[in-house]
Design a protein around this ligand. Structure first.
Ligand SMILES: C[S@@+](CC[C@H](N)C(=O)[O-])C[C@H]1O[C@@H](n2cnc3c(N)ncnc32)[C@H](O)[C@@H]1O
Length: 309
């Protein structure tokens, strides 16, 4: 069912500061690379709850970890982290939460998932293909302005307007139904080339982030993760592009500072006190890791520790 090489594995294990009998949440299970390494370091009393919204990830996980009684695997979106955990009988008091954001290698490599302009397939791009709107459906309905805005904001695509115009013109002739159709349309609309980058890279990234509501999901998950951690518990987040990393960095900083309105005042109400302590700065993969795994190239890990409010 496809393989995924876990990114920044040693750094994540160190960041989580694992305890043998700890309770951990891997909110982006994927193919279970990080989960397997965490379980290997836990004792018999340790527990992991893992989440993924991709039905194939969960199916592969159930097979791989059949008989692993310390693991609870849940299908769902981490934007609903607290509700999912509560429904599975897990409450707060976690010792660590991991978010390894973005898509997995099997998602990118399987043509039928429609994530990649390298493989021709149906233009889907949903991590959970059983709900929401596919990329093809969105491109069939969205207005020119909306398309241009998404490509500019989420793909930092400077030819967003030209591409949006080309999409509107093309769909008036026939639906844009495959990844190849979209990739060729973009290649025709973009006048220049970035060295070493396919002209469709930015557009595919933008549409993927949009149809999966990736930034909204991260924004929703981060405060819930903090609430689930007990003092001393660790939050580890790996991002793969600057929009995501900026969001994580700002969130952690804000939570480490507390509400600035109360700065310097003697009595700070509980809700305005810092809830996190930053643990080091941004961690990037070293050269050997990037050589071994090109997909690690853009990874950035940030770690913070829950403190008593
Ligand atoms: C980079 S992969 C994780 C790989 C994993 N750490 C491993 O070692 O195999 C990201 C995974 O998170 C899942 N995912 C992304 N956003 C999600 C969300 N909002 N809710 C639940 N799962 C999500 C994706 O379906 C994908 O399987």
């Amino acid at each position: 069912m496809g393989l995924h090489t876990p990114v920044l594995l040693d750094e994540v294990l160190a960041g989580l500061a694992l305890r043998s009998a700890g309770r951990y949440c891997d909110a982006t299970f994927g193919r279970g690379g990080h989960t397997a390494a965490i379980l290997a370091q836990l004792g018999p009393a340790g527990r992991v709850v893992a989440i993924d919204r991709d039905p194939e990830a969960v199916a592969a996980g159930r097979e791989r970890f059949a008989g692993e009684s310390r693991l609870t695997l849940i299908r769902g979106s981490f934007g609903q982290l607290k509700g999912l955990l509560r429904a599975a009988g897990w409450s707060d008091g976690l010792h660590g939460v991991l978010l390894d954001l973005g898509v997995s290698s099997p998602q990118l490599d399987e043509a039928r998932r429609g994530f990649s302009f390298m493989h021709d397939g149906p233009l889907d791009m949903r991590m959970d293909y059983e709900s929401g709107t596919s990329a093809a459906q969105w491109l069939a309905r969205a207005g020119e302005r909306e398309i241009a805005d998404v490509l500019f904001r989420l793909g930092e695509e400077r030819f967003s307007r030209r591409i949006a115009r080309a999409v509107i013109a093309a769909r008036a002739q026939a639906p844009i139904a495959t990844t190849r159709q979209l990739a060729e349309l973009i290649a025709g609309a973009v006048p220049t080339r970035e060295p070493g980058k396919h002209p469709a890279t930015r557009t595919f990234q933008a549409i993927r982030i949009h149809v999966n509501r990736e930034l909204e999901e991260v924004e929703a998950a981060l405060p819930q993760a903090v609430e689930l951690l007990e003092p001393g518990g660790r939050l580890c987040v790996i991002s793969f592009h600057s929009l995501e990393d900026r969001l994580v960095k700002r969130f952690m900083r804000r939570e480490a500072q507390g509400d600035p309105i109360y700065a310097g005042l003697p009595d700070v109400p509980v809700h305005a006190r810092p809830r996190l302590r930053l643990v080091g700065g941004a961690v990037m993969p070293d050269e050997p890791e990037v050589e071994r795994n090109a997909r690690a190239r853009s990874a950035v890990l940030r770690v913070a520790e829950r403190i008593a409010a």
